[in-house]
Design a protein around this ligand. Structure first.
Ligand SMILES: *[C@@H]1O[C@H](CO)[C@@H](O)[C@H](O)[C@H]1NC(C)=O
Ligand SMILES: *[C@@H]1O[C@H](CO)[C@@H](O)[C@H](O)[C@H]1NC(C)=O
Ligand SMILES: *[C@@H]1O[C@H](CO)[C@@H](O)[C@H](O)[C@H]1NC(C)=O
Ligand SMILES: *[C@@H]1O[C@H](CO)[C@@H](O)[C@H](O)[C@H]1NC(C)=O
Ligand SMILES: *[C@@H]1O[C@H](CO)[C@@H](O)[C@H](O)[C@H]1NC(C)=O
Ligand SMILES: *[C@@H]1O[C@H](CO)[C@@H](O)[C@H](O)[C@H]1NC(C)=O
Length: 488
């Protein structure tokens, strides 16, 4: 536990006209009041960050953008902590396809060298489907430190089915038999070479994945694996990274299952095989089911891919509580972080072209007209990502009806209190920190008409913070120095 003393922050909450009240509340109704206690001594998981992917050539929508002003605006929207979401994690795709047709990610090893022991023929193009440039900008300009590179498949000649699409497994893992031999070491060398290409370009790949949705056979790049087979490969990949002196900065993650249930099985198999300690994070998607409690692992757990795949493009913060609404995602993140011990949370694509016109992206970029449109989902992420920074420790809270809260102590000492209203009415809050006297507070609100806009909040001379959480909003209170500076 990082914080020895328990400092209590008491938040008194007055709720006006809560949705679901039996009687319509008159104007200036009696106020229900409650109190939130924030306990710095009660600590949970450390947050690694929030992010998006640029896989399948989506990065090119930024990298190729000829209007340089708009290109900068897109980067700011994604990574700037004052004008954008302040994302801190990027998930890139390690290409496996021999070409860049359609939206495919090309591999840097398209040619079979003749066998697993033959000298590989790498052809690094310095672009990586546009992802390298976006990553360089994120790192250099915005200080992003967490780059997750994930392979959807190995190049086809390393697999049981001879192609990078339509499933198949890496030759050499348990249950496979390939006339071409055992390609595990060649695949490990290939992934290690990718990390080195990025390092030479100034980008540290901090997290390395070798599977994506391994229980799902897709017509695009895909590779099947069960937990035992994943463990087999981890046993080869880890020493390969170690021999390259990379394990201090590049850790292995697994397995980006399509859904939580499969990831639980794979994690258990990896534990049984004795290689859980070789992992830096356990990763899952939520398409076929999300978490219903913490996963039983010592390793940080990330939800690395989710989105609304079906709804038509929506820029609402709150329309009807649909899967594309910003508020829905503010709550999805809340549930992941507070109820399921999640340390990293990523939406699917950061940017995508208009076709298909779905909510699988946060920003819709039309490269024919050089225009873009930003969804409120981005601002819902901003509410978390700007204020809950990598390394933040989640701390204890209790909340009264009318709001959900989560609280975090950042590495810089600031405390972020995130409040999401559960109904359509405003909730007046007063926050008191016992044991400390804050002298400053900042508050930001996002709702249908605001995007992380600064909103009124004040500190009285006795340190009591007053503010409001508008209905259907997410509002964040940031207390610089955690209010302890004044007391110190
Ligand atoms: C980006 O430019 C590359 C050529 O460098 C091209 O192959 C690709 O289709 C372009 N993609 C977009 C989204 O503009
Ligand atoms: C973020 O945006 C602000 C306002 O436009 C700008 O001053 C700042 O330089 C940007 N930050 C970075 C890291 O580019
Ligand atoms: C290994 O990497 C660490 C940091 O990642 C570095 O400090 C050290 O010098 C490297 N050792 C060798 C032998 O390259
Ligand atoms: C939460 O995750 C951390 C790793 O980030 C782990 O150490 C801890 O045991 C987990 N807590 C629970 C309740 O599973
Ligand atoms: C726009 O992106 C698509 C998809 O990558 C690409 O095929 C097309 O060439 C791009 N158009 C322009 C004008 O860059
Ligand atoms: C959170 O998102 C809402 C919805 O757009 C926005 O109005 C608000 O300013 C955001 N708050 C923060 C703290 O980023």
């Amino acid at each position: 536990m990082r914080f020895a003393e328990a400092i209590l922050i008491t938040v008194a909450v007055a709720v006006r006209g809560v949705v679901g009240s039996p009687e319509p509340a008159p104007i200036l109704a009696e106020r229900q009041s409650g109190a939130i206690t924030i306990d710095l001594g009660k600590t949970y998981q450390t947050i690694d960050g929030f992010g998006v992917s640029f896989a399948f050539q989506r990065a090119n929508l930024i990298t190729n953008m000829s209007d340089k002003k708009k290109q900068r605006e897109l980067l700011d929207l994604l990574f700037n902590t004052t004008t954008g979401a302040g994302f801190t994690i990027i998930r890139n795709g390690i290409g496996s396809t021999p070409n860049s047709n359609s939206d495919y990610m090309n591999t840097f090893a398209p040619k079979n060298p003749g066998g697993p022991k033959a000298t590989p023929q790498y052809e690094w193009d310095g672009k990586d489907s546009g992802q390298l440039w976006v990553s360089q900008e994120a790192v250099k300009t915005y200080g992003v430190k967490t780059i997750y590179a994930d392979a959807w498949s190995a190049p086809g000649y390393m697999k049981t089915n001879g192609k990078d699409t339509n499933g198949g497994s890496i030759c050499g893992v348990t249950g496979t038999s390939c006339s071409s031999g055992d390609w595990r070491q060649a695949y490990a060398d290939y992934l290690t070479a990718y990390v080195k290409f990025y390092a030479e370009a100034g980008v540290t790949v901090t997290h390395l994945g070798f599977l994506n949705e391994p229980e799902f056979t897709a017509s695009y790049a895909s590779m099947n694996s069960n937990g035992n087979q994943a463990a087999d490969f981890i046993k080869v990949l880890y020493p390969t990274l170690e021999a390259a002196n990379l394990t201090q900065r590049t850790g292995i993650v697994c397995c980006d299952s399509e859904g939580w249930g499969n990831q639980v099985s794979m994690t258990n198999a990896i534990k049984s095989a004795g290689v859980e300690n070789r992992l830096k994070a356990v990763t899952s998607h939520t398409y076929t089911g999300g978490p219903s409690g913490a996963m039983n692992t010592r390793v940080p757990v990330w939800l690395t891919e989710q989105c609304d795949l079906n709804g038509q493009w929506s820029t609402s913060f709150y329309a009807s509580g649909g899967a594309g609404d910003g508020l829905t995602w503010a709550n999805n993140i809340y549930s992941a972080v507070v109820n399921n011990n999640i340390s990293g949370y990523l939406y699917w694509e950061g940017v995508q072209w208009p076709n298909p016109n779905t909510n699988e992206k946060l920003i819709r970029v039309d490269n024919k007209t050089n225009t873009y449109e930003v969804s409120k989902r981005l601002w819902a992420f901003a509410n978390w990502s700007r204020y809950v920074r990598p390394g933040a420790l989640r701390i204890g809270t209790t909340a009264p009806s009318g709001v959900r809260t989560a609280a975090f102590k950042n590495i810089d000492g600031s405390i972020a209190v995130i409040a999401i209203s559960t109904g359509s009415s405003a909730v007046t809050v007063s926050i008191k920190i016992s044991g400390a006297t804050p002298t400053a507070v900042e508050a930001y609100v996002s709702d249908n008409t605001h995007n992380c806009d600064k909103t009124a909040a004040s500190v009285a001379t006795d340190g009591t913070i007053s503010g409001s959480v508008p209905g259907r909003s997410i509002t964040t209170f940031v207390i610089p120095g955690g209010g302890t500076a004044a007391a110190a």
